[in-house]
Design a protein around this ligand. Sequence first.
Ligand SMILES: Cc1cc2nc3c(=O)[nH]c(=O)nc-3n(C[C@H](O)[C@H](O)[C@H](O)COP(=O)(O)OP(=O)(O)OC[C@H]3O[C@@H](n4cnc5c(N)ncnc54)[C@H](O)[C@@H]3O)c2cc1C
Length: 492
Amino acid sequence: MKDIKLDGDLSFHNIHHASKDFGNRFSFLPAAVLYPKSVSDISNLVTYIFQMGPTSSLTIAPRGHGHSLEGQAQAHQGVVINMETLGKSQEMHFHISANMKTPFVDVSAGELWINILHESLKHGFAPKSWTDYLHLTVGGTLSNAGISGQAFRHGPQINNVYQLQVVTGTGEVVTCTENKNSDLFYGVLGGLGQFGIITRAHIALEPAPKMVKWMKVLYMDFATFTKDQEQLISSNGSFDYVEGFVLINRNGLLNNWRSSFKNKDPAQASGFVSEGKTVFCLEIAKYFKQEDMDTIDQKVENLLSKLNYNESTLFISEVSYVEFLDRVHVSEMKLQEKGLWDVPHPWLNLLVPKSKIHKFADEVFGKILTDTSNGPILIYPVDKSRWNTKTSMVTPKENVFYLVAFLSSAMPSSTRTDGLEYILSQNKRILEVCETANLETKQYLPHYKTQEQWRKHFGGQWEDFLRRKLKYDPLAILTPGQRIFQKEIAFL
Ligand SMILES: Cc1cc2nc3c(=O)[nH]c(=O)nc-3n(C[C@H](O)[C@H](O)[C@H](O)COP(=O)(O)OP(=O)(O)OC[C@H]3O[C@@H](n4cnc5c(N)ncnc54)[C@H](O)[C@@H]3O)c2cc1C
């Protein structure tokens, strides 16, 4: 490999970080890491390995910020491409003008979303659709979907891209859009890194708001909570962000929020007891600009008046747009300080059809999960009838479905209920309930061990997925850590 023509470096020593990820459970050491300075570095590497043919066992994994959970960005004895190096050596180009219908920024796929936010704001613009955490790369989230509380309005991040530059599994550099090479364009979006390495992307922008009214309200009743959430995602002029989470048997819940949120009725709220109960929190936000300063409170009050939360539990905060979008980073820093960020993360993300969400809640909240002390459990609906569903992302059949994210952290070497084994067994029970009660759920950020399980996951989309693999990465060189396809080695 030493004779590959490169602008960047191919290192056989600086490789250890590439065997780690956020999940902190799987670790496969690569043979080398490419630190690319150009797209041709990536193309030359892939071409070289492709031309070695099936007699070589070498595979390639693009690695964004390594926030995968189960080794998806790793390549055992293969080559990992450090996409962030490419991000640092390529500039962002803004395409914005007064009458432009579709302003966008042309970025490297190794760029972090947080950097795109800061740069876009200098132009008064910002991407429309986000993830809850912004220290992730463009290529990393576009390979999955990129879902957050804005997705009900704008669709996931994979629906907010106009053009991609992709290096396929044969080393070819291809530009694709919804009209040009559209099969590759839609295949790569949500394609789990299977058909090509995204090297650049045109991300849709909109004029950016300045400030955000950010609110949390509580419900004691799941049916009322979901009814309000569903109403919010179906109406046009409502909030700009709709999420929610479940709290089971938490102590002093409202006290925790008082440091950053104002409560309208502190006396009543202090009497609110959450111990031993299952409580549902709706988290909503309304964006606004300087010129809306005088009217925003009234607007928010009107919107809130249509909801049926427990009145004494309204918590409001006013923050800048950046503070709001980068909120999880604040928690990250606190956890980093306590040494609790780099622990195992046995996360489970499910997409649950609307018609099954009540059965799901009955079976899981309070029964399988008797408290939520291991990490947040997000729950919010989205409506894919407004999405472009030609991408590789797999969703339930119904238009409206809930993202339910069990974001657990495990205490290293604990054998109690905060330990890895216990949390994994809980996840297993949740998946078993989905299966036995026929809840027709799909995994988001999916991970399976066998191709049979993958086939089941893709259902009717499997044939297309397989066809694209054979077309764009016929030797199965790319992204082995997803464990969907295995490179077949021919012995001569
Ligand atoms: C704290 C935290 C919060 C999160 N919040 C959300 C959320 O709100 N919504 C959401 O949707 N997701 C969320 N995620 C999940 C996250 O979107 C995915 O794990 C994402 O893949 C991570 O991006 P990354 O840059 O770290 O990718 P990596 O982990 O580096 O890579 C992910 C996968 O994509 C492949 N890949 C990476 N770059 C490319 C590329 N350029 N071309 C092709 N394939 C590539 C990799 O090989 C790997 O298979 C969160 C994750 C964390 C850790």
